[in-house]
Write a protein that binds this ligand. Structure first.
Ligand SMILES: [Zn+2]
Length: 332
């Protein structure tokens, strides 16, 4: 280990600052300099926006860059810090995890100063940037191989007040879906670290792995809506148009029971679209085993009344791999 993580500029300086978050080098990799933007307009909400946690989710870094372009003309108060790419090694490799150490950045928070490069990034963000914010927007995408609607997401939080504030913030994005989802393994998540410190943390998600101009416009509108709700920029929030509709719904799901799995290995054909409402027995997709021309195709049907919020697309799947995820309206 050499040096300590630091910023190359003073966050308390008024106005716009552009510089770097320096992640010290270690045995596996030299020092990293992650570009950071800050706009300090004194009193008001303190927001941190991050993208590029997972390297194959590229909407976040692009929307973060757009934010850096228009914030100087729009922000009226408070402080916004934008770090478009948390994990440049993963982004350059278009890989979910860091190729060098194989680690998922979103499972190693708060990180370790003397750890591998992914752990050192988490350590720098946890120690230098997170304390400067009360609200965090972490811009993800659902990743390749799935269809997933533009969404703001959070997880169940024990503190009821923080849960309510987080759902309210997530709904302020006005994206087609607000989702409260259970994660089986949440240890080391950026979300959990921030929430344990009492901060409001919202993840934006957008599926597919193929960056589209329409998708980016919806994603950016969602982030802008959230900034309006925080009072950081002036303007009117509006539901972005998604599939000819301007609506949003708030759903909840349990990852363990609400995942429909492939009954055999083969190619999955989706028979519905995301946000489709289905009832028990409705066809969600068909699994075609490809090992034999005589093996029957297998229908995959809805287990009950639910909403399909994510569906596998364009992938050969193994037996027991997830092919669709379903949810229900959030009970409050
Ligand atoms: Zn992600």
């Amino acid at each position: 280990m050499n040096g300590i993580p630091h910023l190359t500029f003073d966050l308390d300086k008024p106005g716009v600052s552009r510089g770097h978050l320096v992640v010290p080098g270690g045995a596996d990799h030299e020092e990293l300099s992650l570009p950071v933007f800050s706009l300090n307009k004194a009193e008001g909400p303190r927001l941190l926006v991050t993208g590029g946690c997972h390297g194959n989710e590229l909407e976040g870094p692009l929307v973060a860059r757009r934010l850096v372009e228009w914030l100087p003309k729009a922000q009226t108060c408070g402080r916004v810090i934008v770090l478009p790419v948390l994990n440049p090694l993963a982004v350059e490799a278009w890989s979910r995890n860091t190729p060098l150490d194989g680690l998922n950045l979103n499972r190693v928070f708060p990180g370790r100063a003397d750890g591998s490069v992914t752990e050192r990034i988490a350590d720098a963000v946890s120690r230098v940037l997170l304390p400067m914010a009360d609200t965090v927007f972490d811009l993800h995408s659902f990743g390749p191989g799935w269809e997933f609607p533009p969404a703001s997401t959070t997880h169940p939080i024990n503190d009821p007040d923080l849960m309510a504030a987080t759902i309210k913030m997530a709904e302020a994005f006005k994206l087609p879906m607000t989702l409260v989802w259970e994660h089986p393994g949440s240890a080391g998540m950026f979300d959990t670290l921030a929430q344990n410190q009492g901060k409001v943390f919202v993840c934006a998600e957008f599926g597919g792995g193929n960056v589209s101009s329409e998708g980016l416009a919806i994603y950016e509108a969602g982030v802008r809506n959230a900034l309006v709700a925080l009072g950081l920029v002036e303007g009117k929030a509006d539901y972005p148009t998604f599939r000819q509709q301007k609506t949003s719904q708030t759903l909840e799901t349990r990852r363990s029971s609400d995942e429909l799995k492939a009954p055999a290995r083969g190619i999955f054909e989706p028979c519905c679209s995301v946000l489709d409402q289905v009832k028990q027995g409705d066809l969600i997709g068909i699994l075609y085993p490809m090992d034999s021309l005589t093996a029957d195709a297998i229908d995959i049907c809805a287990p009950g009344a639910c909403i399909v919020y994510a569906i596998r697309s364009g992938a050969h799947v193994e037996a027991d791999e997830g092919v669709a995820l379903v949810a229900r309206p959030l009970s409050r």
